[in-house]
Each structure stands twice: as structure tokens, then as C-alpha cells.
Design a protein around this ligand. Structure first.
Ligand code: PEP
Ligand code: MG
Length: 585
């Protein structure tokens, strides 16, 4: 057996039979047991250490091994393609891989300069690209992409981190972007584990809405988990068990059975009226981003959509400027939610919701996002408004528009002018639009919450986005697992602000709802009710557990609970109040 393989086996044997627990933040409830697939973005990190003389042999061997694999992969691709251009390209890449000059240089870099294999590949390809740039001038761009692709292919093989994600696997990744979660959800992924990210990062929210059990912020999952390891993922408490013992596996299997049973109980609970034990009614709606999520929302009897995130339209770049595509999307949501309302939020792009490197900023969450960006992209904004307002023709009284990241009154004034402009254009074209679409503001910037009376006078409704409100009030990045212990939406300061907003809404006759993740905690939802907010929108998967708690308590008890959280001084106080309420259940 070769040295490389035997070293790899020894390493895996050391951990193979040992049960190990890793914890992170629970991001989507549900328990799954399965085998893992490691996922790494296209270009792995390259080591910056030096190797010893004794190690050079192993690294040279690794290089040739990677070379063989890459060549086999390319040959297989070549066999399966009918496209001439692609075939030419693959042949060119194979020729490069076979180039003895390349082999010599990489060997040299490893043995003479003591570079680890990945660093050697990186540095030789850098020189190679430089030479090509000098020789090919303008045509360099295309060539360099093809050559970088070979480099990345080799690096990925060496790091054993290819995107060979298997159907039904539990995916382990350093971090995931919202777009990656969307794409994995189409690949039947059973669960997600990430090193980085908090439970309210946008990627985690999407995972939750796709009902994929998820644990985020484990810090070290990608270091200790290999591909094809068996794991138990417990998305209720953020626990991951690697190589579970037989008894652990059995314990979780029986929990999974209970999970199925609870599911059946939930469905019958959801058919009961939305009222507290003393008859105070409430409305529970779903936060969604894709039409697919409506099957869960409808199963749990959501009363419409309290937050339709539209970023996925924006992220799928090619569609966002296409008005008919947008109209078709909005229509599909409205048709599936009859007779309820759908609150469509304008593109909330920026923060963690950018694609690619475009528009990178040093403080993206405090930067050019939401309405700030939309007002500077009039075509994008007008197209979206046009699509929404045009859709209203067939759904009068059922659409509401929600504005993200509002921080000044001027933004609302400008937006209203643009809405009137779009309305007039459509009316002139003879389209019978809904002229009274309510315009709501997200309350997620602290200054808006503090001046809620003023903002309420400019809006038809207010929707509190506790995910962002919390990060701005507490100065804690919602996606940073390093400080995730400081990020708690139940913080006393947040309750204080929510109360202000609820009262301002009441004074001005403007309905207030909550669409941030705070509403998905059953006890927090009870507090929100106690503060007079009886319209809550949440991830559809948690609708039954919230409803269960709201139905089994009285409004008076909820008011008392709200008084207690308002009087709390610290997070410990809040924890105590919440756990006492839980034991009461
Ligand atoms: C929020 O900030 O609470 C919210 C609902 O919006 P998002 O999570 O999409 O930023
Ligand atoms: Mg937000």
C-alpha cells in the first residue's frame, strides 16, 4: 500500500469508532441520522507552512495521485460530451496535465523549496498564468480561466473536498451562502452542519424554511468530520454526534419516531381556532421565500404570508429584471394562499444577501442595503413595483408591500412618489390595478423603533424585524458565531423597544406585527401577545408549537409575562422568566 493511503487510513482509524459530540447553534429543528458529505467552495485554502525534507516524498506522491484523478475525471467528461468547443477545451486541459515541464516544476517546488503540495501547485500555476499573460495578451482572460480551473481541480482533489455531495447526505461545510442552501435544498440534502454562522443568518433562515434540520456555528465540524462519516444531527438543541454508538443511534431513532407522531398531533392542532384559552384571537402567518414552502405553511393552516422575502428572485440574477417572470412568481404565491393576504417585501439585498463579490463593503449590515440601495437603482425598484402592482389586478385586497431597512422619512416619501408613478403608468395602460395596496415599514433600525410614532404616521402597517433590530440594538452581528452568545432577541432592551412600537401603532391606529425570528419562540410569542401584538409571522415549521402554547394560556397570563420581561434587567432574568413559564406548561 502506498504511503499516502496508509497515512490517511491510520488517521481515520484513530477516530473511526470513537463517538464524539460537537455542539453549535440550533438553526432548524428535527433529528436526522445519516452519512456526511463534506462541501467546500471551489478553491480550498492553501497551506502556508513548510514541510520537512522527510515529508517531500509524500507530497510529491500526492501530486501525482491528484494528477491521475484529475486526468481520469477529464477523460470521462470528454467521453460524455458532444460539444466540440468543450471537447477542445478538455483536451487542452488534459494536455496541460500531461506536460512534463509542469511535473518537473512542481516536484522541484516541493523538494527544493519544501513547499507542501497545495502551495507548490498554487505557486507554479501562478507563474504559469504569468507566462501566458505575457504571451497571449488580450486572449489571456479566457485561457486563464481554463488554467485556473485545472489548478482548482487539483487543489480540490488534494484537499479531498470536491462537490460530490450525495443525495440524502448530511452536508458539512465551513459556511454556506443563502444561494448555496437554495441549491442544496434541490439536491435532497437531509441536514446541514456548518462551522460558521448564527441561527439568524440568512442562510440559516432559508434552511429552516426548507425544513432541513440544521446546526450552525459548530466552529470545527469540517475539521473533525470526514465524508461518509455517520452522524446524528439534532437540530433541536444544536448537537451533532459523530460515529454514534449503537445505543446512541437507537435513542435517536426512537426520538425520530416520536417526531413523526408529534407531527400528526400538530396537524390536528392546527385545525383548531387561533385563540387563547380565554378567547383572545391571534393571527399566525408564514415567512416564506419560495412557493415550495407553502405546502408546509398550508398544512399548518398559516393565515397567509406575513413576509414574502423576494431576494431569491434578485439572486437568480437573470430573472429579476424580467417583469413577467416576477408576476408569475407573485401570482403562484397568491394562488396558493387564497383567500389570505400576502405581504411582499421589496428586495432586501445587501448585508449577507449579496451574490458574488459585487458591492463588497466593510460594514455591509450598516451599508447599502434594502431601501437605501433600491432608491439608487430606480430601474430595479420600478420593475419590482411594476410586477407587484400589476399582479394586484387579479388579487385586489390581498397584496401588501413591505419596505426593508427603512431609516428615514425621506426614503418613504421618495418611495411613495415612485409607487404613484408606477400606478399611473399601469392605469394609463388600462390595467385595473388595486389602488389601495397597503404600504408597510420594517421596523429593524433602532431609530425607527424609537420614533415609531413618527414612522407610523407615514405607513399603513409596521412589521418588526427582530433579527436585524437585535443586531443593531445590541451591536452584535447576527451571523457571527464568535459572539453568538451575545445575540439574543429576548434581550430586555428589545422588549422595551417592541413595547414602544406596539404602543405607537395603537396610538396611531396602525397595525403592528412581528416577522422576525423572535415570534417563532412560543414563549416569546406569548410575550408579544401580552404586549398587544397579535399578528405574528414565522417560519412555517414552528407554527404548530407556537400555536400550541398560545392556545393553552390566557391573555391575562401573557400580559403578566410581558410585564415580567419588561421589568427584567439581565439575560439571566429573562432565562429564569422563560424557564418558569416553561415548567408551568
Ligand atoms: C428581520 O430582520 O427580522 C427580518 C425579518 O428580515 P431578514 O431576516 O430577512 O433580514
Ligand atoms: Mg431584516
Amino acid at each position: 500500500m502506498d504511503l499516502v493511503k496508509s497515512t490517511r487510513m491510520e488517521m481515520s482509524n484513530q477516530v473511526n469508532n470513537t463517538e464524539m459530540y460537537i455542539t453549535g447553534a440550533p438553526a432548524c429543528p428535527g433529528i436526522v441520522i445519516g452519512n456526511t458529505s463534506l462541501y467546500q467552495r471551489a478553491r480550498p485554502h492553501v497551506s502556508d507552512t513548510q514541510i520537512t525534507d522527510d515529508e517531500t516524498e509524500v507530497h510529491i506522491h500526492k501530486f501525482y495521485e491528484a494528477l491521475d484523478i484529475a486526468e481520469e475525471e477529464l477523460e470521462a467528461l470528454l467521453e460524455n460530451t458532444d460539444m466540440e468547443d468543450l471537447a477542445d477545451l478538455i483536451e487542452m486541459q488534459i494536455a496541460i496535465l500531461k506536460d512534463p515541464e509542469l511535473h518537473n516544476r512542481i516536484e522541484q517546488e516541493i523538494s527544493a523549496n519544501n513547499k507542501p503540495v497545495d502551495a507548490a501547485i498554487e505557486s507554479i500555476f501562478r507563474n504559469y498564468l504569468q507566462v501566458i499573460r505575457e504571451n497571449h495578451g488580450e486572449t489571456f482572460q479566457n485561457k486563464s480561466v481554463d488554467i485556473s480551473d485545472i489548478r482548482d481541480r487539483l487543489l480540490q482533489i488534494i484537499h479531498n473536498k470536491r462537490d460530490d455531495i450525495k443525495e440524502g447526505a448530511i452536508l458539512v461545510a465551513r459556511e454556506l451562502s443563502p444561494r448555496e442552501v437554495i441549491s442544496f435544498s434541490n439536491r435532497n440534502i437531509k441536514g446541514l452542519i456548518t462551522d460558521r454562522g448564527g441561527a439568524t443568518s440568512h442562510a440559516a433562515i432559508i434552511a429552516r424554511s426548507m425544513n432541513i434540520p440544521t446546526v450552525v456555528g459548530t466552529q470545527r465540524a469540517t475539521e473533525v468530520i470526514n465524508s461518509d462519516d455517520e452522524v446524528v444531527l439534532d437540530g433541536r438543541n444544536g448537537e451533532v454526534v459523530v460515529h454514534p454508538k449503537d445505543e446512541t443511534r437507537e435513542k435517536y431513532k426512537s426520538l425520530i419516531e416520536q417526531q413523526f407522531k408529534r407531527q400528526a398531533d400538530f396537524e390536528s392542532l392546527c385545525k383548531k381556532p387561533n385563540e387563547t384559552s380565554d378567547g383572545k384571537t391571534f393571527s399566525l402567518q408564514a415567512n416564506i421565500e419560495f412557493a415550495e414552502e407553502l405546502s408546509i405553511a398550508n398544512k399548518y393552516q398559516a393565515e397567509g404570508v406575513g413576509l414574502l422575502r423576494t431576494e431569491s428572485i434578485y439572486l437568480s440574477r437573470k430573472h429579476f429584471q424580467n417583469i413577467p417572470q416576477q408576476v408569475a412568481f407573485y401570482k403562484s404565491i397568491l394562488e396558493l394562499t387564497t383567500p389570505h393576504q400576502v405581504t411582499i417585501r421589496l428586495f432586501d439585498v445587501g448585508g449577507d444577501k449579496f451574490f458574488g463579490d459585487e458591492g463588497k463593503e466593510q460594514n455591509p449590515f450598516l451599508g447599502w442595503r434594502g431601501i437605501r440601495m433600491l432608491l439608487e437603482q430606480p430601474e430595479l425598484l420600478k420593475n419590482q413595483l411594476r410586477a407587484i402592482i400589476k399582479t394586484s389586478e387579479d388579487f385586489v385586497g390581498r397584496i401588501r408591500i413591505l419596505v426593508p431597512m427603512v431609516s428615514t422619512i425621506d426614503e418613504i416619501r421618495k418611495l411613495k412618489d415612485i409607487i404613484s408613478e408606477v400606478q399611473n403608468e399601469l392605469l394609463n395602460e388600462g390595467i385595473d390595478i388595486d389602488k389601495d395596496i397597503p404600504l408597510g415599514l420594517m421596523v429593524e433600525v433602532p431609530s425607527v423603533a424609537l420614533k415609531a410614532d413618527l414612522f407610523a404616521r407615514h405607513a399603513d402597517f409596521l412589521s418588526i424585524g427582530t433579527n436585524d433590530l437585535t443586531q443593531y440594538v445590541l451591536a452584535v452581528d447576527r451571523g457571527n458565531e464568535r459572539i453568538s452568545n451575545l445575540y439574543d432577541q429576548r434581550h430586555p432592551a428589545i422588549w422595551r423597544l417592541i413595547k414602544e412600537v406596539a404602543e405607537a401603532g395603537e396610538r396611531n391606529g396602525v397595525p403592528v406585527s412581528v416577522c422576525g425570528e423572535l415570534a417563532s419562540d412560543p414563549i416569546a410569542a406569548s410575550c408579544l401577545m401580552g404586549l398587544g401584538i397579535n399578528a405574528l409571522s414565522m417560519n412555517a415549521v414552528v407554527l404548530p408549537s407556537v400555536k400550541q402554547v398560545l392556545r393553552s394560556n390566557s391573555y391575562i397570563e401573557m400580559q403578566q409575562l410581558a410585564e415580567k420581561v419588561l421589568a427584567a434587567e439581565t439575560m439571566d432574568d429573562i432565562d429564569n422568566i422563560f424557564s418558569n413559564w416553561e415548567t408551568k406548561e
